[in-house]
Design a binder for this molecule. Structure first.
Ligand code: FES
Ligand SMILES: [Fe+2]
Length: 434
């Protein structure tokens, strides 16, 4: 049972623009997050392109809960809990595949692609004819499921607002990632996964609004020519936008960052698809958006990268989930996304640029995760856990731009912490149940 006095002092610190370091390695907070945050949030699980054919499935997680995301013979997508109704064994033990149905390896109960129970071995002998109503004993569907632009989400709260309402104004910005072409996105390859000794909130905090770290954390990647920029301050005089549940950063207009190295025909296609206000941003002094986070733990990154210092830069895009495993421990899930109708050479160049920067062995990835573990591991310390962190950047210095065409509060600098402060407010009010 978590300590009831845990939350109020943290809320007080957040309201002052501070944060106790201990939030990055607290077993008590982790339990609260599982119950009050991840079980009540819209969690991204998969992209439709990962299960294109009838019978395709992937295994995905919301914190500790395992789900099977399937496509049935009628082309409908289902999200069902991966736990047999007999003894609870995982019905599906592999990460992806194609199946006619799921047969539990323990005693052989068989479930259809939509989770319906279709067979119990020796049912008449063991239970009696018609004693078990199969309709009552199928795999449990996630209480809520929603799909937006091919992105499959689930929510464990049966009273959750619809996904579309939750996304709300964030969709205006998520368009830049998801609506670049007529055909939409597909996952290139499979999502890569790895575990880091870091709290999930550090990764979300970084992607939601930490433009500031780029000039120093990623300096060596820039020096090596893999992040094509003169220096790491391309976000300095960009723009940061804070919504209640979403934050996003734009780099300044710059020959490399303006179009993130998308070739002219793809830029033209974007102009045709985006609305006039969205297009006006592209003509108005900022790049296409780079980093973002949708509360709680779905991050986006779109940037130019070169897979060798000699290669021309190519744009890459990653969607990623920071899956909490324990206090101070996160499983990173990282998808490389490409436009489905882009030429194959573009997709390959984009994938290579992604791998070298944000794949498992990516240089930018490792730059970041090393910082996060150097915060999370010491955060357990008796003295360190109480350390107050400064979250005041931009406070009293910047006002929201009044000529910004998009929703939310936009600030004329990405070296600022408005989106991070909004993230922490959303985090604490969610834990408070507000
Ligand atoms: S646990 Fe699945 S059939 Fe027994
Ligand atoms: Fe980074």
């Amino acid at each position: 049972m978590p300590n009831p006095n845990l939350i109020p002092p943290i809320a007080k610190a957040i309201n002052k623009g501070e944060l106790p370091l201990g939030v990055f390695n607290s077993p008590e907070l982790f339990e609260l997050e599982k119950e009050h945050l991840f079980a009540k949030s819209w969690n991204f699980l998969a992209h439709e392109s990962e299960i294109p054919n009838a019978g395709d499935y992937v295994q995905r997680y919301i914190a500790d809960d395992s789900f099977i995301v399937t496509r049935d013979k009628q082309d409908a997508i289902h999200v069902v809990l991966n736990a047999c109704r007999h003894r609870g064994r995982k019905v599906c033990s592999v990460e992806k595949g194609n199946a006619r149905n799921f047969s539990c390896p323990y005693h052989g109960w068989v479930y259809d692609l939509d989770g319906a129970l279709i067979d119990i071995p020796y049912e008449d002998e063991g239970y009696g004819k018609d004693a078990i109503d199969h309709a009552d004993w199928g795999l449990m569907a996630a209480p809520k499921m929603g799909i937006w632009r091919g992105m499959i989400f689930a929510n464990l709260d049966p009273n959750a607002e619809p996904l579309d309402d939750y996304l709300g104004d964030a969709k205006w910005y998520m368009d830049f990632y998801t609506n670049k072409s007529e055909a939409g996105l597909e996952v290139y390859g499979v999502p890569q996964r790895w575990v880091v000794d870091a709290d999930w909130k550090l990764a979300a905090d970084n992607f939601v609004g930490d433009g500031y770290h780029t000039f120093i954390t990623h300096a060596s990647t820039i020096q090596a020519g893999m992040l094509p920029a003169q220096s790491g301050d391309f976000l300095l005089d960009g723009v940061q936008v804070a919504l209640e549940h979403f934050g996003i950063g734009f780099a300044r207009q710059d020959p490399l960052f303006n179009s993130l190295a998308y070739p002219p025909p793809m830029m033209e296609a974007m102009r045709q698809r985006f609305n006039p206000e969205q297009v006006s941003l592209m003509d108005n002094g900022v790049s296409l958006p780079t980093h973002a986070n949708l509360f709680p733990n779905l991050s986006f990154l779109n940037a130019p990268g070169a897979y060798t210092a000699m290669a021309p830069p190519a744009p890459y895009m990653t969607f990623r989930i920071w899956r909490p495993l324990a206090a101070g421990k996160t499983e990173i899930w990282s998808w490389c996304m490409v436009e489905k109708d882009a030429p194959e050479e573009f997709k390959q160049a984009s994938y290579k640029a992604y791998l070298i920067s944000f794949g498992t062995s990516g240089t930018l990835e490792q730059d970041d995760a090393e910082n996060w573990s150097q915060i999370s591991l010491p955060a357990k310390g008796t003295m360190a856990s109480k350390l107050s962190l400064n979250y005041s950047m931009g406070n009293g210095l910047l006002e929201p731009m009044d000529d910004w065409p998009g929703p939310g509060n936009a600030y004329p600098l990405d070296f600022t912490e408005f989106a991070q402060r909004a993230f922490w407010k959303k985090w604490i009010t969610t834990l408070e149940g507000k």
